[in-house]
Write a protein that binds this ligand. Structure first.
Ligand SMILES: Nc1nc2c(c(=O)[nH]1)N[C@H]1C(S)=C(S)[C@@H](COP(=O)(O)OP(=O)(O)OC[C@H]3O[C@@H](n4cnc5c(N)ncnc54)[C@H](O)[C@@H]3O)O[C@H]1N2
Ligand code: MOO
Length: 393
C-alpha cells in the first residue's frame, strides 16, 4: 500500500492535459481555466478619477477658493482651473487636468461661491491616477487562472467581452451495486438508495463540470466490463464508485484489468478510502472510489479534484491547505492516516461527529478535511493540525 503523498503525486504525474481551446463570453466562463493571457486594452481607471464627493482644487497658498463649476460621474467636461479655483466634484467623476487635489466635502465650509479649507492639503489627495489599477498593454489575467466571479468583474471593468479557455474534461460517473435503488422508489429488504452518483454529479456541477454522465451498473462481471469499456471510449475521466474492495461481487478491479486499464496504484494507507484505485487507458484517467459514500467524497476531493484541475490546465490543482489549532481534544481510531470531516470556526477547527466512511451526514456541516498523520493517537486541544479547505463552503 502506498501513502497519501505518493498517491497524490502519481495522480498528477499521470494526468492528461486537455489542449482544446474554446472562446466564451466572460459571463459564461465561470470555473473554466484561462488558456491565453488577457492583456488590458485600456488604462484603468481610464482618466484621473475623484475618490470622494467634495471639491477639486488648483492649490493656492491661501485657504479660500472660488467655485467655478461642477463635474459629476459621467461628465466629460475638463474645466480649466486657475490657482485658487475649485470645482464641485463627485466620486467617480473625471478630475480636471488643472486640479491637483480633491478635498472631501466634510473638510470644507461653503459660503456662496466661496469655500474655505483648513489645514495642509496633500498633492493629488483623493485623485485616483489614470492606470492606477492596470495600464494599457499590461497582463490582466494569466493563463492557468480558474475564472471566478471576481475575475469576470475585473475583465468586464476592462471592457473584455470574450476569453479563451480550455475545454473541460468529459466525465462519466459509474455507480455499481445490486443493492442500489433510485430515490423515489420504495426499498425492498437489503436495498439502499443510490446516493453516490447523485452526490458526485451534484458536486461536479457545483465545481463547474456540468455535463457529466451518470451510469448505473449491477454487480455483474460482464456488464461491469461493458459499461466501463464504453465509458472509457467516450470520456476523458471515469469515476467508478463501489465494487473496488475484495468481496466476491466486487468486479471493478477485475473488469478494469480485463479491458487493459493500466493500474497506477490500488490501495492507499488512509482512512477513509483504503481501496482507492487509479489507472489509465491511453489518455483516459480512471478512478475506482470506495462505495462507502463519505469515503467516495473524500477521495473525490483529495484525488479526483486535483486531476480535473490539472487536466484543464489550472496552475493551482490541490485544494487550499491551512494550519489551524484544534478546538477540542480528539482520540484517533486506528493507525492509518485519516481525513476527518471538520468545521473551521473563528477560534480553530472542530472535528465533527459521525466519521464513519459509510455516513455522509457530517459532510454537510463540514467545510474542511483535517489530515491526521498515520500512527497518531491523541490530538490535544490547541495543537496545530493541517486542514484542507473544501470548495464552495
Ligand atoms: N475483507 C475486507 N472487506 C473490506 C475491506 C477490506 O480491506 N477487506 N475494505 C473495506 C473498506 S475500507 C471499504 S471503503 C469498503 C469499500 O468497498 P467497495 O468499494 O467494494 O464498495 P461496496 O462494497 O460496493 O460498497 C460499500 C458500501 O457502500 C454502499 N454503496 C455503494 N455504492 C453506493 C452508492 N452508489 N450509493 C450509496 N451507497 C453505496 C454499499 O451499499 C456498501 O454499504 O470495503 C470494506 N470491506
Ligand atoms: O476506506 Mo474505507 O473508506 O475506510 O471505509
Amino acid at each position: 500500500m502506498i501513502d497519501i503523498k505518493t498517491a497524490q503525486e502519481l495522480v498528477l504525474l499521470h494526468s492528461s492535459t486537455i489542449t482544446k481551446i474554446v472562446e466564451f463570453k466572460i459571463e459564461n466562463a465561470l470555473d473554466y481555466v484561462l488558456a491565453l493571457d488577457v492583456t488590458s486594452e485600456i488604462d484603468m481607471p481610464p482618466f484621473r478619477q475623484s475618490a470622494m464627493d467634495g471639491y477639486a482644487i488648483n492649490k493656492a497658498n491661501h485657504s479660500t477658493y472660488s467655485v467655478v463649476g461642477e463635474v459629476k460621474a459621467g461628465d466629460n467636461n475638463n474645466l480649466l482651473l486657475k490657482v485658487g479655483e475649485a470645482v464641485r466634484i463627485f466620486t467617480g467623476a473625471p478630475v480636471p487636468d488643472t486640479a491637483n487635489a480633491v478635498v472631501m466635502q466634510e473638510k470644507v465650509t461653503q459660503d456662496d461661491s466661496l469655500i474655505n479649507i483648513d489645514g495642509e492639503i496633500q498633492d493629488n489627495i483623493n485623485i485616483r491616477p489614470r492606470g492606477e489599477q492596470i495600464k494599457e498593454g499590461d497582463i490582466a489575467l494569466v493563463k492557468g487562472t480558474v475564472i471566478k466571479g471576481s475575475h469576470i468583474g475585473f475583465l468586464a471593468s476592462l471592457g473584455v467581452t470574450k476569453i479563451s479557455v480550455y475545454q473541460k474534461p468529459s466525465i462519466a460517473v459509474i455507480v455499481t451495486g445490486n443493492e442500489l435503488v433510485s430515490p423515489g422508489k420504495s426499498l425492498a429488504f437489503g436495498e439502499i438508495y443510490e446516493s453516490n452518483g447523485v452526490m458526485l454529479t451534484a458536486v461536479l456541477n457545483e465545481l463547474g463540470y456540468k455535463n457529466s454522465s451518470l451510469i448505473k451498473v449491477k454487480d455483474n462481471y460482464e456488464t461491469t466490463k461493458k459499461s466501463l469499456s464504453e465509458a472509457i471510449k467516450n470520456h476523458d475521466v471515469v469515476i467508478v464508485t463501489g465494487g473496488v474492495s475484495v468481496g466476491d461481487y466486487d468486479f471493478v478491479s477485475k473488469a478494469l484489468k480485463a479491458i487493459e486499464v493500466e493500474e497506477i496504484f490500488y490501495k492507499v494507507k488512509q482512512k477513509p478510502g483504503k481501496p482507492l484505485f487509479f489507472g489509465k487507458k491511453e489518455n483516459v484517467s480512471i478512478f475506482g472510489l470506495p462505495g462507502n459514500p463519505a469515503a467516495a467524497l473524500s477521495c473525490f476531493y483529495i484525488y479526483v479534484y486535483p486531476l480535473l484541475k490539472k487536466s484543464e490546465g489550472a496552475t493551482t490543482t490541490n485544494l487550499q491547505r491551512i494550519v489551524i489549532p484544534m478546538i477540542s481534544n480528539y482520540t484517533v481510531q486506528g493507525n492509518r492516516a485519516q481525513f476527518l470531516k471538520a468545521k473551521i470556526e473563528e477560534d480553530g477547527v472542530e472535528i465533527l461527529e459521525g466519521q464513519s466512511s459509510a455516513m455522509i451526514r457530517a459532510f454537510g456541516n463540514a467545510n474542511a478535511l483535517v489530515l491526521i498523520p498515520e500512527n497518531s493517537t491523541q490530538i490535544q486541544k490547541g495543537e496545530n493540525v493541517k486542514a484542507i479547505l473544501l470548495p464552495n463552503k
